[in-house]
Write a protein that binds this ligand. Structure first.
Ligand SMILES: C[S@@+](CC[C@H](N)C(=O)[O-])C[C@H]1O[C@@H](n2cnc3c(N)ncnc32)[C@H](O)[C@@H]1O
Length: 256
């Protein structure tokens, strides 16, 4: 099961890699300028960007640390990272194919592990957080950004997961803030939510970016046509099916 999902992740993101390099939703975002401070970077740290995609988090921190390893399941995504790093003359970013749930790095290699907008694809998110704890030095930080589900509204949560799954069947689950907190703590981190914000998404570019089949697009629109009042309040759906996503930035600190 887990391998099926990872094969889909690799296939879906590889065919869309170039679009993720230019996507404003990924290349911009109010979280990116917050990353160096959330990671407590002083200039000499070794950083891992886990599930790096086109590398927007790696690029945001590279000027503030010694080196960044950007890893992803998709080799096509890693090619986009190298292209952007070269365009910006950032020479301290290297790339490596890797699964976040089975990282090919020795214990205590990194000062910081970042992961942005990837966690909702992981079949075993706790296993990934265990790996982050293993490869971090004592006192190191795991900084995770992801879209989040509501904590106290199971119906809206289910609706949102269905929408995301129809859009991209490599989606596993957008966890709630409480669920991420619990997983961080179970992996041995002290965790805080550093920032929460909303992002407006344009329906058409949201589905085109990942190549959602037309019949799935139609199913999502049918779902949205039938959305409850609570879903409307959470997603703020408009006439063009544009909607709002909710995101959170977590900082986990490994014990010293
Ligand atoms: C939305 S994309 C890009 C996110 C990127 N970090 C950014 O900020 O733009 C999610 C990425 O997570 C990667 N991914 C998903 N599951 C993964 C796993 N188990 N191991 C490594 N990478 C994974 C995908 O290949 C994809 O490139």
């Amino acid at each position: 099961m887990s391998e099926d999902i990872k094969n889909k992740v690799e296939a879906h993101f590889s065919r869309s890699a170039a679009l993720y390099r230019t996507s404003a939703v990924h290349a911009k975002g109010e979280d990116l300028p917050l990353l160096p401070q959330a990671a407590a970077l002083q200039g000499d740290e070794h950083v891992l960007d886990a599930g790096c995609g086109a590398g927007h988090a790696a690029l945001a921190v590279a000027p503030h640390c010694a080196r960044v390893v950007a890893c992803d399941l998709s080799a096509a995504m890693l090619a986009q990272v190298r292209k952007l790093a070269q365009e910006r003359s950032l020479e301290n970013i290297t790339t490596q194919e890797a699964d976040v749930e089975q990282l090919p790095f020795a214990d205590e290699t990194f000062d910081v592990v970042l992961s942005r907008l990837s966690g909702h694809h992981w079949p075993r998110p706790k296993a990934a957080l265990d790996e982050f704890a293993r490869v971090l030095k004592a006192g190191g930080r795991a900084v995770l950004v992801d879209n989040v589900a509501p904590d106290d509204d199971p119906a809206t949560d289910t609706f949102w997961q269905m929408m995301e799954y129809l859009r991209d069947t490599s989606h596993v689950r957008a966890h709630s803030v409480a669920q991420w907190r619990a997983m961080f703590e179970a992996a041995g981190f002290t965790v805080e939510v550093r920032h929460r914000w909303e992002k407006r998404l344009a329906f058409q570019s949201w589905v085109e970016r990942i190549g959602t089949p037309h019949f799935h697009q139609a199913m999502i629109k049918t779902l949205l046509d039938e959305a409850s009042q609570a879903v409307h309040e959470w997603l703020q759906i408009d006439e063009q099916y544009n909607f709002t996503l909710h995101a959170a930035l977590f900082v986990g600190v490994k014990a010293s």
